[in-house]
Structures are given as C-alpha cells and as structure tokens.
Design a protein around this ligand. Structure first.
Ligand SMILES: Nc1ncnc2c1ncn2[C@@H]1O[C@H](COP(=O)(O)OP(=O)(O)OP(=O)(O)O)[C@@H](O)[C@H]1O
Ligand SMILES: [Mg+2]
Length: 473
C-alpha cells in the first residue's frame, strides 16, 4: 500500500489517498458491490482516504453543503483515479457532466500518467458523443428562424416578451453561449393569466417537441429549508432515498427540456442556493451522488411580483376588464407598458437578491392583455372546438356575440385570460356534447351558437336528405 497526499481545492487540508494492489481493489469491490451507489461511495471514502475521520472531517464540517458535496465528489474521483478498478462507470458520469477532473493533482512528478491519459481520452470520447447528440437535437436554422412567428401565433399580445426570449436563445443556437450553463435562464414577470406558463410550454413544444412534457416545479411547495430534499432526493438512510428528487429525476430522464420554476419568490433561501448552482454551473448533484446536467435545458422562473399594486390601481381607476361586456367595450384601456415595466422592475429588484438577478440572462415583463388580444385568444379557443367537431364531419358557426360572451365570462382583472378555455369547455362544449349524445347528428350537420342576454344558445341544421325522384326508375 502507498499513500499519496493530494490537494483538493475546496478542502483546507491535504487528503491522504491509499493506493492498493489490483487484487485488494477487486476484493473491496466484491465485498461492497451489492450496496447502493451512495453507500458504495461512502465505503470507498472510508477505506481509501486515510485521514477522513480526522482533518478531512473537520474541514468538511466547516464548509457549506454544496461545497462539501463537491469535495466529496472530488475525493471519490481521486480514489477511483488512483485505484482504477473501483468504478469505471464513474469516469463516464464525471466526464459526461464536465466535472473538473484535473485539479485533483498538484504534484509535478505525477506517478499516474497513464491514469490521467485514460481519463483524458474517456473525456474526449464522451465530449464528442455529447456534442453529436446535441447537434442532432439542435433545431435546423430554418426551424429556429420560424420560432418567433410560431410563438406569436400561439401566445397573443406578448410580442416583446417573445422577441427577447428568442434573441437570447439565438446565442445558444449559434453555439456562442457559455457551454457550462443552461441554454438560457429567464425570469418571466407579470400579471396572472397573461401567458407566462403558456409561452414556456409552447417554447418547450417547439424546441424539444415530441410527447415529452416540460418540467414544472411549483416553488410554493418549497417554502421550508428541509424541502430542498424534495428537489434532489432524500439523503441515504432516509425515507424516499431510492425515489430520487423531483427536479433531478425529471431532468436526468429528460435532459432536453424547459424547466419551469413557478412563483419562484415563494421558495426558501436555501432552495435558491440550489438553483444558483444550476444557473451557474449547469449541474446539480442529487442525493445519490449523481451529477445531473442542465446544460441542455432552458430554465424559466415566473413571478407575479409587483402585480398586486398594478391590479389594485387598475381596479381603482376602472382600467382593464371587469365583468361587464358593455363596460369593457367602453374601457379598452390597459395600463401603459412603461408603467407596468417600471412597477414590476421595482418590485423585482426589491425582492430578489442581486446574486440571483445577476445569473438571469433576461428578465421578461409580460403585458396586460388588451381587448383585441382577448378577442384573438377567444377566437383561437373557438377554433379548438371547431377542429374537434370537424373530425366528426360537423361544422360550427358562431356570432361575434359568442366571442363577447367568452370574454365576458372568462376574463377578469385578477385571473387574466385563464377563464376563457374553461368557459369554452364548460358552457359550450358540454352543451354541444349533450346535443350529440341525445339526438341524431349526421355528418354534414352545422351547429350554430349565439350569445344573448348573458346566455349561450345552440341550434343545429341537419343536412337535407336527397329525395329519390320517384318518376325515375
Ligand atoms: N397571451 C396569451 N395568448 C394565448 N392564450 C393565453 C394568453 N394568456 C393566457 N392565455 C390562456 O390562459 C391560460 C392561462 O395562462 P397562463 O397559464 O400562461 O397564465 P400565467 O401568465 O402563467 O399566470 P400565473 O401567473 O397565474 O401562473 C392559458 O392556458 C391560455 O389558454
Ligand atoms: Mg403560470
């Protein structure tokens, strides 16, 4: 057995690594291989780090949890590097996540050149593979150029927000962003029901497509310090350790995704610290000790900060939408964008720490929706119903009053446009479904919808049957 003292940047003390014969490494692996990854790692540290319980432990105790986790990773990597039979998979994981491997050595006369070479080659191979995967997942130039227009057709009245997001993502598309960070980190601010989540999910669908869903974390569920564990998984020995974390698991399984952190202001400070590392380094260590890469994700934080004040002002000045159509027709005023921007920015800079704001690529402030925007949204909603009917061979006709009705019942200052699709489903589609179920509705039928005296009314015209001309034949 030999002992090498090596400096690890995070630790304030030299770490003494044991280097043992291949046979001893094999025996160790045989003895401990049935353990979970986390327990195996612990055993490795216990056995191969000579001064773990003394100087290393006291140095770890003085460090933050994140720094201690990094030091433990580095020590484990050191054990495996010096005793290569321990865990060949680990190299692949470390290299894949781009974790710093080199600082482990600070000796000029490094006796383990071959080991270093091996790691370098493995890392190069994996980097190459990783790049190929990214390339194949990356959008074609043509598709990327269509991104802004596609988003504008789905998310109404938020053209400035969309332009800002797309222009920030252009750097990633051109490979000019920092590769060790997520593709983009955005803070979406604005009133409720104006399209923040909607834009995130449309962006996910267009960029990462397929059947995958974006990853959504409700920060309201992370208001206490201990809830950090729900993100990355419970520590070994605790209930739920095997299940892993809500955030880490989802991104591990689907590394190409939009990650939505909803109502981020509600999260506990410690949880922000976890996020900060992700924004900074693009990685997160989960409770099993795996490094999860966020470098192919787009992270979107949302907040309603500043919104209360704006909404209160709107209600007291009578701007924006209330429950009456007539009133809305008269007052199409939405608060000036400059006012919304100023109030929101003030609230954000008062509330969020500069460390967080500095790591955000772009703070995007969403507009309040104008009456024209609401009309477009209601029309899009009606086209959803029309599509469903046309698949059954039924056509749909509706008056402008129906759009008024949807807006009247579905829009309010506090919930924004959220209610429109609810009204369409509950008041329109349910009635149409009843008609389809209760009467004979042949192909070629036309449904007519109107909205009068605060109620939707429904009629249908069935196709005229061709009469047989009796004289013939
Ligand atoms: N700008 C918009 N364009 C099209 N549809 C919209 C728009 N804004 C809202 N909607 C409709 O309202 C629903 C709710 O909007 P969304 O979930 O994006 O709100 P939000 O801004 O995230 O609000 P909150 O802050 O309350 O989460 C959407 O699913 C969509 O149907
Ligand atoms: Mg939302």
């Amino acid at each position: 057995m030999q002992i090498y003292q090596i400096h690890i940047p995070e630790l304030h003390t030299g770490v003494k690594f044991k280097v043992v014969s291949t046979k001893e490494v094999e025996d160790f692996v045989q003895k401990h291989k049935r353990k979970s990854d986390e327990n195996f790692k612990k055993e490795v540290l216990r056995y191969f780090i000579f001064n773990l319980k003394t100087d290393v432990a006291s140095s770890l105790n003085m460090m933050s949890r994140a720094a201690a986790e990094r030091a433990v990773e580095a020590m484990y990597a050191g054990c495996v590097m010096l005793n290569p039979g321990l865990d060949s998979d680990h190299w692949i994981n470390m290299a894949y996540a781009g974790a710093p491997l080199n600082p482990i050595y600070d000796q000029d006369d490094d006796p383990f050149d071959e080991v270093r070479d091996f790691i370098k080659k493995t890392k190069q191979n994996i980097d190459k593979k990783n790049k190929e995967v990214v390339k194949s997942r990356k959008m074609t130039k043509h598709k990327f150029l269509g991104l802004a227009n596609h988003l504008k057709s789905k998310v109404i009245g938020q053209d400035e927000a969309i332009e800002e997001v797309v222009s920030a993502l252009t750097r990633a598309q051109a490979d000019m962003h920092d590769e060790n960070r997520p593709l983009g980190v955005f803070l979406f601010a604005g009133s409720s029901g104006v399209g923040k989540t909607h834009l995130a999910s449309e962006l996910h669908r267009y960029m990462f497509g397929g059947s995958s869903q974006m990853v959504r974390i409700d920060c309201g569920e992370f208001q206490h310090k201990h809830e950090n564990q729900k993100l990355t998984g419970s520590p070994p020995g605790y209930v739920g350790h095997d299940e892993g974390g809500q955030l880490s698991n989802q991104v591990k399984n689907n590394p190409y995704t939009v990650v939505l952190l909803d109502e981020v202001e509600k999260a506990h400070q410690d949880i922000w610290n976890t996020f900060l590392r992700v924004f900074d380094e693009g990685v997160l260590t989960d409770s099993k000790g795996d490094l999860v890469s966020f470098r192919n994700t787009i992270i979107i934080l949302t907040t309603n900060l500043g919104n209360d004040k704006i909404v209160n002002d709107m209600i007291s000045t009578g701007a924006g939408f209330t429950q009456s159509v007539e009133f809305q027709r008269r007052t199409t005023t939405t608060p000036a964008r400059a006012t919304v921007k100023k109030k929101t920015e003030e609230a954000i800079s008062k509330y969020f720490r500069p460390e967080l704001l500095n790591r955000i690529d772009k703070t995007v402030i969403f507009n309040h929706l104008s009456r024209e925007d609401c009309i477009r949204i209601a029309q899009i909603e009606m086209s959803v119903t029309a599509d469903k009917l046309s698949r059954k061979g039924i056509s749909l006709e509706y008056t402008d009053n129906v759009i008024d009705g949807l807006i009247n019942l579905g829009i309010d200052t506090i919930r924004g446009a959220r209610g429109i699709s609810q009204v369409r489903r509950d008041s329109i589609e349910t009635s149409l479904a009843n008609m389809i179920v209760k009467s004979v509705v042949p192909k070629g039928t036309i449904f007519h919808i109107d909205y009068l005296d605060n109620e939707f009314s429904f009629n249908m015209t069935k196709p005229v049957k061709k009469k047989k001309v009796e004289e013939e034949g």
